[in-house]
Write a protein that binds this ligand. Structure first.
Ligand SMILES: *Cc1c(COP(=O)(O)O)cnc(C)c1O
Length: 388
């Protein structure tokens, strides 16, 4: 028997009560009942995102919210600053080019955090930039970026700060309003304990100023239309309300645990996993790790594919390798959403056995011990938390 254990940085495991909610009969999307669910979900999303701004729901994967953010805020022919520090961040540049926007790229070495001073310099050099596009958690490298500090820099200018929070929100502290995030993009299948299929945007008044200033060449992803429909707790086109119903249950879990406890649980899982990886003598890829995943370099003499196949074939654990220029060089382990400390400890135990069988020198229990040490003396998940 192989028990399936999804340990990728999206999709991530979905709790049973959320899955069961998906089995309910389909209702009409313009009914009072459907609107009540959307209204409750919007409140729950505002809590999870720590925002009072407008929250919009799209039937798309996370990238749909990124496309909507670009096409609605920056007119063709204008300039935008792109904080390119990984495979997903580079998507901002591709999206800008797709819609005739000139990307001013601020490059950062993959695995390192964006430096806020570089953002300040870029804004000083390009005062006509309409937006700054950044990332909370760069999933290709497992790096958490200093969104709060970058937000302070952007807030003092006329530009808006657009953040890809797709794998970050729900796994890492994200105080959307306090940190000056004007547009937050989120997807359902990363840390929100949901299947893929929904995307969300939180839009500030400053961002609405940019959106209202021109006619966006968009139809399905037109945010002015979305804002108008959301006043009546619906969407311009048929909402994916079966998923939205399930999201109500997932958000109820986040509210019951408390968003700060959710962030703290991910911090503990991140610390434990990193401690275990380092105890094995493996090298962490990122100098400022994101909390929802751990990324390590494939040690010399081994292949990422054989490590991942061992974890999968023997223990049912799905992990993922590197993308683009990191292909073959790293292994990425997800621990986000419906995941707890013991999942991390079990994953490390499996990794020890797989590496040992591949001929890598491993002291059995070393990673597990280091993870346990990191977890001991830390707060347990409070009552009403994920385990209930
Ligand atoms: C997963 C991910 C995306 C892409 O989301 P899709 O749902 O695949 O469209 C974009 N950015 C980050 C940081 C991600 O983790």
């Amino acid at each position: 028997m192989r028990k399936p254990r999804l340990m990728t940085p999206g999709p991530s495991p979905v709790p049973e009560d959320v899955l069961l909610e998906l089995a309910r009969p389909v209702i009409h999307h313009r009914s009072v009942e459907a609107r009540a669910v959307v209204s409750e979900v919007v409140d729950g999303l505002k809590y999870a995102f720590q925002t009072r701004n407008d929250v919009l729901i799209l039937a798309s994967s996370g990238t749909g919210s990124m496309e909507a953010a670009v096409v609605n805020t920056v007119p063709a022919g204008s300039k935008a600053i792109v904080l390119d520090a990984g495979w997903f961040a580079s998507r901002w540049g591709v999206l800008c080019q797709t819609f005739g926007v000139e990307p001013v790229v601020v490059p950062t070495e993959w695995g390192r955090p964006v430096e806020p001073e570089k953002v300040a310099n870029a804004l000083a050099e390009h005062p006509d930039a309409v937006a700054v596009f950044g990332t909370l958690s760069e999933t290709s490298t497992g790096t958490g970026h200093p969104v709060e500090a970058i937000g302070r820099v952007v807030a003092g200018t006329s530009a808006i700060f657009v953040v890809d929070g797709i794998s970050g929100v729900g796994a890492m502290e994200c105080r959307t309003d306090e940190w000056g995030v004007d547009v937050l993009c989120v997807g359902s299948q990363k840390a929100l304990m949901m299947p893929p299929g929904l995307a969300f945007l939180a839009v500030s008044p400053k961002a609405w100023g940019k959106i209202d200033a021109f006619d966006s060449p968009s139809y399905y992803f037109n945010l002015k239309l979305a804002r108008k429909s959301m006043k009546d707790f619906t969407t311009p086109f048929t909402p994916a309300h079966t998923l939205i119903g399930a999201l109500k249950v997932a958000l109820g879990r986040i509210r019951a645990e408390g968003i700060e406890a959710v962030w703290a649980r991910h911090r503990r899982m991140g610390e434990a996993c990193r401690a275990g990886i380092e105890a094995l003598g493996l090298e962490l890829f990122s100098s400022r790790p994101a909390e929802g995943m751990t990324v390590f370099r494939v040690p010399g003499g081994l292949k990422d594919s054989e490590i991942r196949a061992g974890l999968s074939e023997r223990f049912g654990i799905t992990t993922i390798g590197g993308q683009d220029r990191l292909k073959g060089q790293i292994v990425r382990i997800g621990h986000m959403g419906y995941t707890d400390e013991l999942d991390v400890v079990a994953g490390l135990a499996a990794l020890e056995m797989v590496l040992g069988d591949l001929g890598f020198e491993v002291e059995p229990g070393s990673a597990v011990t280091a993870a346990q040490r990191a977890l001991m003396g830390q707060h347990a998940t409070p009552p009403g938390g994920i385990g209930r």
